[in-house]
Design a protein around this ligand. Structure first.
Ligand code: UGA
Length: 435
């Protein structure tokens, strides 16, 4: 089977490489010519463990190709997956102009039955919109189906998530489209992956509901953590005991500076906007978003408190800039937001991240000092803040860090270190939801 994947961003590239590894012939399309040239040489524009090897292997074995020729890719493929960007507009709504543009191009190049699938996260109703556009703009009367097949990949473990998903969701109108998409995923039958086969609208909403629920869990545990600090309880023990209840589950109950990234913030806003357009006030979602934004302010206040109530003139060493470890993505990163808040109050920032420095530099420019490693960052600072829990920050030589810091102050926003041990070592230590 030939499939075309339009858009070689995060989702498109991972999906393309993984389907090729399933034995499908995949043509990945992007209008950015220089990106396509680099991809043809297996140069990966994003940091994603395992992806380069997969692209190299499938290029070599001839199942994966890259092109800017969208018309040709459409004409040669039975399945066309739309994986272009759906950026948020300022008001929380989703910008679908790239999706619409692709739909028009598909319409003009239909040369037989095809299944057009949305992979990008799109508001409910986008499937019908695509169907309308293609019907209106297709010069000939070819048969086609529209389908929704949302992805649930996490940055940093996307390849593993694709190869061993918790579930595959397929939304389509006809049995033919459902059968073709199920066929694409047939290697997953061997590992007994659950398939949810449904209508397009339901599939579209499943994606938002899933991300929004993860966000609910994070904001919930952050509120519990804030309460723990006031009553003298330990949030990790609370989360562990809660998680042992199978109805709750242990995942996504780790407190911290709030969620970030390109998905959870965008999809919570998107779901709220979608509800609003239907005249429904999704109160839980607005609370989740507000709690998440306030968590950044609370983290600033925590750092400020540890520095005696003022940030002016203080040098703060920040470890970790990406929104989570194992990615170079700094979009909506709590670390970056907190740095901006600290700068606003007159603090000086030294920072380091194993993969996110080039992206951070593009946003923070010369307002901060970029360092070579954790120790260089700590040197001469009034306080060390762990903002993102990269593995290499989990086992730092804390004696050395203490010697390098001007003051032995450690603000551990990811609860990496043991409070009692740090206090015993002579640190003034603060974390989230633990006393
Ligand atoms: C998220 C979802 O987890 C994926 O299932 C989904 O496919 C993806 O969005 C998407 O829509 O494309 P991702 O944004 O890569 O994946 O990152 P997560 O691992 O979900 O983490 C999101 C944020 O939540 C991070 O800032 C992380 O630090 C934070 N988080 C996560 C917590 O603060 N506590 C937790 O317990 C878990």
């Amino acid at each position: 089977m030939n499939i075309a994947i339009i858009g070689t961003g995060y989702v498109g590239l991972v999906t393309g490489a993984c389907f090729a590894d399933f034995g499908v012939n995949v043509i990945c399309v992007d209008k950015d010519g220089s990106k396509i040239e680099r991809l043809k040489r297996a140069e990966i524009p994003i940091y994603e463990p395992g992806l380069k090897e997969l692209v190299e292997k499938n290029l070599r074995e001839g199942r994966l190709s890259f092109t800017t020729e969208i018309e040709d890719a459409i004409r040669r493929s039975l399945v066309i997956m739309i994986a272009v960007g759906t950026p948020p507009r300022g008001d929380g709504s989703t910008d679908l102009s790239y999706v619409e543009e692709v739909a028009r191009t598909i319409a003009k190049n239909l040369n037989g039955y095809k299944v057009i699938v949305t992979k990008s996260t799109v508001p409910v109703g986008t499937g019908s919109l695509i169907e309308r556009i293609i019907k209106e703009e297709c010069p000939e009367n070819h048969r086609f189906d529209v389908a929704s097949n949302p992805e649930f990949l996490r940055e940093g473990s996307a390849v593993e998530d694709f190869m061993r998903p918790d579930r595959v969701v397929i939304g389509a109108k006809t049995e033919e489209a459902k059968a073709i998409l199920k066929d694409l995923y047939s290697p997953l039958y061997l590992i007994e992956t659950p398939f949810v086969i449904t209508d397009i609208e339901t599939a579209e909403l499943i994606k938002y509901a899933s991300n929004a629920f993860l966000a609910v869990k994070i904001s919930f545990i952050n509120e519990i953590a804030n309460l723990c600090e006031r009553v003298g309880a330990d949030v990790h023990v609370v989360a562990k005991a809660m998680g042992l209840d199978k109805r709750i589950g242990p995942k996504f109950l780790h407190p911290g500076p709030g969620f970030g990234g390109s998905c959870l913030p965008k999809d919570t806003m998107g779901l709220m906007d979608m509800a609003k357009k239907q005249g429904y006030n999704f109160r839980l979602m607005s609370a989740v978003i507000e709690i998440n934004q306030e968590q950044r302010l609370r983290m600033r206040d925590k750092i400020k408190h540890m520095l005696g109530g003022t940030l002016k003139g203080k040098t703060i060493a920040v470890l970790g800039l990406t929104f989570k470890p194992n990615t170079d993505d700094i979009r909506e990163s709590p670390a970056i937001d907190i740095i901006k808040l600290l700068l606003e109050e007159g603090a000086g920032i030294k920072c380091y991240d194993p993969a996110g420095m080039p992206n951070a530099r593009a946003v923070l420019g010369n307002s901060v000092t970029y360092c070579q490693d954790a120790y260089h960052t700590a040197e001469g600072a009034d306080c060390l803040v762990i903002a993102t829990e990269w593995n290499q920050f989990r086992n730092l030589n804390m004696e050395r860090i203490k010697q390098l810091l001007k003051e032995p102050v450690l603000v551990d926003l990811r609860n990496v270190y043991n409070p009692q041990r740090m206090q015993k070592m002579g640190f003034r230590y603060s974390s989230v939801g633990r006393c």
